[in-house]
Design a protein around this ligand. Sequence first.
Ligand SMILES: Cc1cc2nc3c(=O)[nH]c(=O)nc-3n(C[C@H](O)[C@H](O)[C@H](O)COP(=O)(O)OP(=O)(O)OC[C@H]3O[C@@H](n4cnc5c(N)ncnc54)[C@H](O)[C@@H]3O)c2cc1C
Length: 155
Amino acid sequence: MSEIKQLEADYLIIGAGAMGLAFADELLKHDKQASIVFVERRGMSGGHWVDAYDHVKLHQPAIAYGVNSLELSESKTDLSSRPQIIHYFERISKNLVSTGRARFLFKCDFVGEQPLDKGAIATVASNIDEGVSYRIHVKRKIVDSGYMRVEVPAT
Ligand SMILES: Cc1cc2nc3c(=O)[nH]c(=O)nc-3n(C[C@H](O)[C@H](O)[C@H](O)COP(=O)(O)OP(=O)(O)OC[C@H]3O[C@@H](n4cnc5c(N)ncnc54)[C@H](O)[C@@H]3O)c2cc1C
């Protein structure tokens, strides 16, 4: 049996990796009204870091990585490890949800969009509940943060 859930938001962000979270972090800071729905194929935030091998580290000091509202590490020169980075992305996501203006649809795929005069209707499919999909009225923009198409050896 199929079920279509209806949602509404100003922005739909495809992907909850570094790029999508950084965009949302700034957006919610500067626009006090904006609401966001994230659609993420993986089961949690963090993008490719979710699947990376545990021994993989950042290539640069922690101070230069992440979102503007939260530091990745107290030691600014750290080359952070995957577990540290995953924990960091979790904290960012909780902060975004705590604003009451962001929600995450994990294990879901962005399927497509139907443009409207203003905004669009996005279709999103659940990867765990067969037959469940979302019809999301996006009032402003659909933002594809998976644009870089990052791939890691672990996958
Ligand atoms: C091993 C490694 C080390 C790195 N080190 C550094 C570093 O030190 N400093 C630096 O600046 N950069 C580094 N990078 C670059 C890195 O790619 C970025 O820093 C950043 O993590 C990438 O984030 P992203 O959001 O662009 O992509 P991703 O992390 O790939 O996130 C995109 C997300 O979009 C989701 N997605 C895509 N399409 C869909 C869809 N249709 N429906 C639902 N979800 C979708 C994917 O599941 C994914 O989770 C490194 C990269 C790698 C691989």
